[in-house]
Design a protein around this ligand. Structure first.
Ligand code: FPP
Length: 247
């Protein structure tokens, strides 16, 4: 058993899976091959997260800005997600994995929407890892949809303006009921959040690793969990060590 499996795992890890295209480019291969390898990394990391005792794993699979990519690549990414669900749903269900989808469901093609709903429905009562797939997701879009629903409730007298608290907003986001991510990892050396979980990331530890997503293996993931375990999270307070020392 590795050290990562021994140390206390973060409850929620969220990952920006970046670098499929560059991984392929570096090998003179089409970008589509990079995305295919990316799905293999998804399979490996879902198992690794469950083995490490992570309760929630969120993967950024398609952002609301990814529509700007060439149509062929968008279709390819949709096709890969559909294939992943068709091929892996039964096994994930056997492994007691619960699937949640976050992102805007309006404007999704009927077949992908029904597959996503089927994945959520089939695994609804599972109790091992919760795999949260962010699909057609953008944090500003998520917040705008939540604010609009809250404003409609205020307009129609179901809520007062003074009822709008941070907890109420939490409950209106796509991530309602999911704890905030303790750790957000982005692969490929880029160091930004790119409209991912902006509200929920308020106190997340951020980690940027150089590996392209297809090279993000179980070992690299466990090394990231070990680095996380050595960080001192203070949530705006002071560290336990400083309290103990009275400094
Ligand atoms: C970033 O690489 C990756 C994506 C935009 C999509 C990630 C999707 C998958 C791994 C496949 C489907 C997902 C699941 C959950 C089965 P990039 O294309 O931005 O790489 P680049 O920055 O090097 O061009």
């Amino acid at each position: 058993m590795s050290k990562a499996e021994n140390c206390r795992a973060p409850e929620h890890v969220a990952i920006i899976m970046d670098g499929n295209g560059r991984w392929a480019n570096a090998r003179g291969l089409p970008r589509a091959v990079g995305h295919r390898k990316g799905v293999e990394a998804v399979r490996e990391i879902v198992r690794a997260a469950a083995d490490a005792g992570v309760a929630y794993l969120t993967l950024f699979a398609f952002s609301s800005e990814n529509w700007r990519r060439p149509e062929a690549e968008v279709n390819d990414l949709f096709g890969l997600l559909k294939m992943f669900i068709r091929r892996d749903l039964a096994e994930l269900h056997r492994e007691n994995v619960r699937i949640r989808i976050i992102g805007d469901r309006v404007n999704l093609q009927g077949d992908i929407l029904s597959l996503l709903l089927e994945a959520e429905e089939t695994t609804r009562n599972n109790t091992a890892l919760t795999l949260v797939i962010a699909f057609n997701y953008g944090a500003r879009d998520e917040m705008a949809r939540a604010m609009s629903a809250i404003a409609a409730d205020v307009e129609q007298g179901r809520l007062k303006a003074s009822d709008v608290t941070s907890a109420l907003i939490d409950g209106r986001l796509d991530t309602a009921g999911i704890p905030d991510p303790d750790l957000i990892i982005r692969t490929s050396g880029e160091e930004r959040l790119s409209n991912f979980l902006l509200w929920q990331a308020a106190y997340s530890e951020l980690m940027f690793v150089p590996e392209y997503w297809p090279d993000f293996s179980r070992e690299v993931f466990f090394a990231a969990l070990e680095r996380y375990a050595s960080r001192d999270r203070r949530f705006g307070g002071i560290s336990d060590k400083a309290v103990a020392l009275g400094s």
